[in-house]
Design a protein around this ligand. Structure first.
Ligand SMILES: Cc1cc2nc3c(=O)[nH]c(=O)nc-3n(C[C@H](O)[C@H](O)[C@H](O)COP(=O)(O)O)c2cc1C
Length: 344
């Protein structure tokens, strides 16, 4: 989960090692979004993994996680049209030149998102290569693997869905053509680090950041079948949330696709979105998923899995003001200062 504790240059900071190490009772940690290139970087104080300084700064973080007995994958992120102006001076790019809705939060305050430039074919080929390089960098930095961030209205999602992809070439039009970018990126990453280290995240139902599809089942079921064919290690689905207070929730007007996806994707399937202990256990018991990913509960409860196991109280008092700390003096507050319920 993006927490905005890296430097303005996207270099991870030591406090991040402490944060992740505290959360090592999770069997697997999926990192916050990690930018693959300056072109994909547009969230203030988020980390990147495109240069040596960033790779070096990740090493103590992955080591801290391993020393505490857990595993961690890097979530590889290109934001496409969602860059906040002023984080860098690089123009935003997307499959099509369509301005995103909503308000960007950059170093110079709130503003509209600019209309992105439509990507040329050579630029698309370069981005595919950038994903492969970032995957290699992640392994160099000590990550156990990567998760391709293909959810939440960012670049891969912008290619997949028909509200944001109006291209008339081989990367747009039919669902099959909208899958092409995903396919090339995943193949590139598999060639770079092996399928057993590559996973993917989708958010197939509902609208997120203006990204929506009129027939999501026509895109995401073939997408899941494709990932099975490529034999990726696992697939995570963030399904729409019913929590109206959560502005990144995505609307639930489209039905959940996980039951259909489960029929075509046979490697481990991970579900996310609004789960608590009981609903998570229920989903596992019913065979809807092989694992559940917890987001917000892991902010407040660094030892969430232990609390679940031992029936200890769960802190559900989520504080959105501490989610991202770009403008706060004290970066630890609401980050590394949540107490453990149990002595470690
Ligand atoms: C502060 C915050 C940061 C997030 N950052 C990311 C991110 O970097 N990548 C991502 O895929 N999802 C991100 N999300 C979405 C979460 O991964 C998750 O899908 C969402 O919180 C729903 O799960 P939950 O109900 O368990 O919290 C973020 C959510 C929050 C609240």
């Amino acid at each position: 989960m993006t927490r905005g504790r890296a430097t303005r240059e996207g270099i991870p900071t030591p406090i991040m090692a402490q944060y992740y190490a505290q959360r090592c009772d999770a069997g697997l940690i999926i990192s916050e979004g990690v930018a693959i290139s300056p072109q994909g970087y547009g969230w203030i104080n988020s980390p990147g993994i495109w240069n040596d300084a960033q790779v070096e700064a990740w090493k103590p973080i992955t080591k801290a996680v391993h020393d505490h007995g857990s595993t961690i994958v890097a979530q590889l992120w290109h934001m496409g049209r969602m860059l906040s102006p002023g984080v860098t001076n690089v123009p935003s790019v997307a499959p099509s030149a369509i301005q995103p809705p909503g308000v960007a939060h950059g170093p110079h305050g709130k503003s509209d998102y600019p209309t992105p430039e439509a990507l040329t074919i050579p630029q698309i080929h370069q981005i595919v290569k950038d994903y492969g390089i970032a995957a290699k960098n992640a392994v160099k930095a000590g990550f156990d693997g990567i998760q391709l961030h293909a959810a939440n209205g960012y670049l891969v999602d912008q290619f997949l869905r028909d509200s944001t992809n109006k291209r008339k070439d081989e990367y747009g039009g039919s669902p099959q053509k909208r899958l092409r970018f995903l396919k090339e990126v995943v193949e590139e990453m598999i060639a770079a680090i092996g399928a057993e280290r590559v996973s993917v995240r989708f958010s197939p139902n509902g609208e997120i950041q203006g990204c929506v599809d009129s027939h999501p089942e026509e895109v995401f079921i073939p997408a899941a079948a494709l990932l099975q064919k490529l034999n990726v290690a696992w697939l995570e689905l963030r399904e729409g949330s019913d929590d109206a207070s959560f502005d990144m929730a995505g609307q639930t007007h489209q039905k959940k696709l996980s039951p259909e996806i489960r029929k075509v994707f046979h490697n481990p399937l991970v579900l996310n979105g609004d789960y608590d202990k009981e609903s998570g256990e229920e989903a596992l018991k019913l065979g809807k998923a092989d694992a559940i990913a917890y987001g917000r509960l892991y902010i407040n409860n660094p030892d969430l899995a232990t609390r679940f196991k031992e029936n200890l109280p769960i802190d559900t008092d989520i504080q959105p003001t501490s989610f991202y700390a770009a403008y706060q003096e004290d970066k630890t507050s609401g980050y590394t200062d949540y107490p453990f319920a149990t002595k470690k």
